[in-house]
Write a protein that binds this ligand. Structure first.
Ligand code: EPU
Length: 419
């Protein structure tokens, strides 16, 4: 298993480009199952999770052609297997995103139940309830969701909790259902909006995009599309925090500052000087130590849970005391325990972390436990005294394209040790 070796202490400087968003690429690739002609998807990030989704679609019979820039052509006209097996779902929960499209287009789906996860129990009951309301006959047995429907029908569905992939699954299913589906308390994350725009470009009729109530009028069929994935706001935020923690000055290109209001607000509070254009963000920390900042995670447009671990790392070296409250996932503080091993002063109380910033962290061997937790350890390594070795970095490769190359481009001393 590969490891990352990071020598801390260098302020980041320079420019890099941001990749397409993982959490938009995954549902959009799943959505190609709905179209009767080929779809062309651009700006797809080169990530392990994207490879997993392509493997899954390929096994079902989707014909995929990938060029050297990872533009993907997908043709789902010869799909022969309507299943997502446990061996793939256990490596990527987002595999459950094929459930809605398979059921809506082919009337059948056999998808492994995603099990527990390092950040919380993450059930999919709302996906199942919504599809059942749309007329699907669903059995959960032997660890699988087995669903059948002649043709789904429209329904009014109120989701108890804001769920990103739940909204995406039901929205995709509703595009081909008979009649109108109303999804209330829908997620408004930019990636959900990107999927909606992609579906509309395929011929879907969706109103209310960007609000918490979606009206989807089912159509008989959808056709292929050309679609370019939006920039990854979490990758963007992670590099901004890296620059802020190291007292650096960086410019990120091919991104979209309008997706990061809550994060940019917090970076301004810690003392960063930020300038933006339509597709770039520049952050200048002017060599200062960050000020501590309180964080409260919630669904978009509030502060994203996917940036919580990175701000935990930042607060570990900030001036002052900060509290971080995690309201989306019940167990998303595994990184705190690893950061403590690097000298961070973090106290956990239920869903809250209380952090007293220390002037310096010390290098230590640490272990990645999930994607964003791993990112926080990389950030800590960038400022720690000495050489930090991070194990189990396959978690990072699931969601950050060429992280060591991009950080090296910004002057960091980081390298991958291959085993
Ligand atoms: N929930 C339920 N029942 C459901 C669905 C969700 O109780 O049927 C709960 C979850 O347990 C959680 C909350 O609702 O407590 C929100 O979960 P959500 O369904 O929104 O999460 P998700 O769709 O599984 C996506 C992202 C995550 C991101 C969350 C929250 C993708 C592929 N994944 O997960 O991304 O943290 O939304 O924004 O879009 C990551 O990229 O590192 C990552 C974990």
């Amino acid at each position: 298993m590969d490891k990352l070796l990071i020598t801390g202490g260098i302020p980041l400087s320079g420019e890099i480009r941001i990749s397409g968003a993982k959490n938009a690429a995954l549902p959009i690739l799943a959505a190609t199952l709905l179209a009767e002609t080929s779809s062309y998807v651009n700006n797809v990030p080169h990530l392990q999770d994207v490879t997993t989704m392509m493997n899954l679609l390929g096994r079902m019979g989707v014909e995929l052609i990938v060029d050297e820039k990872l533009n993907i052509q997908a043709d789902s006209n010869r799909v022969h297997t309507f299943a997502a097996p446990y061996e793939l779902v256990k490596t990527m929960r987002a595999s459950v995103l094929v459930l809605g499209p398979l059921l809506a287009r082919f009337g059948e789906a056999h998808v492994s139940l995603p099990g527990g996860c390092a950040i919380g129990s993450r059930p999919v009951n709302l996906h199942i309830q919504g599809l059942t309301a749309m007329g699907a006959d669903i059995q959960v047995e032997n660890g699988y969701i087995s669903a059948k429907a002649k043709r789904l029908h429209g329904a009014k569905i109120f989701m108890d909790l804001v769920t990103v992939t739940g909204t995406e699954n039901l929205m995709m299913a509703a595009t081909l259902a008979e009649g109108t589906t109303i999804l209330e308390n829908a997620a408004r994350e930019p990636e959900v909006i990107d999927l909606a725009k992609c579906l509309i470009s395929m011929g879907a009729k969706i109103e209310g995009v960007g609000s918490d109530t979606l009206h989807i009028e089912g159509v008989e069929k959808l056709s292929g599309t050309h679609y370019s994935i939006l920039p990854d706001r979490i990758e963007t935020g992670t590099y901004l925090v890296a620059a802020a923690m190291t007292g650096g000055h960086i410019k990120l290109k091919d991104t979209d500052p309008s997706l990061l209001d809550a994060v940019l607000q917090k970076l301004t509070e810690i003392g960063a000087y930020i300038t933006t254009g339509d597709s770039w963000i520049e952050l200048d920390m002017r060599g200062q130590r960050p000020q501590a900042v309180d964080i409260y995670t919630s669904p978009y447009p509030a502060f994203p849970t996917d940036m919580q671990a990175q701000f935990t790392a930042l607060n570990s070296i900030a001036d002052g005391v900060a509290t971080i409250t995690e309201t989306v996932f019940e167990n998303r503080f595994m990184h705190a325990l690893e950061l403590q091993r690097m000298g961070a002063k973090i106290r956990l109380e239920g869903n809250m972390a209380i952090i007293k910033g220390v002037p310096r962290l010390q290098a230590a061997p640490v272990m990645a436990t999930d994607l964003r937790a791993s990112a926080s350890l990389v950030l800590a390594g960038l400022v720690a005294d000495g050489d930090t070795v991070i194990e189990r970095i396959y978690h990072i490769d699931r969601g950050y394209e060429r992280i060591e190359e991009k950080l090296s481009q910004l002057g960091a001393k980081i390298r991958r040790i291959r085993y």
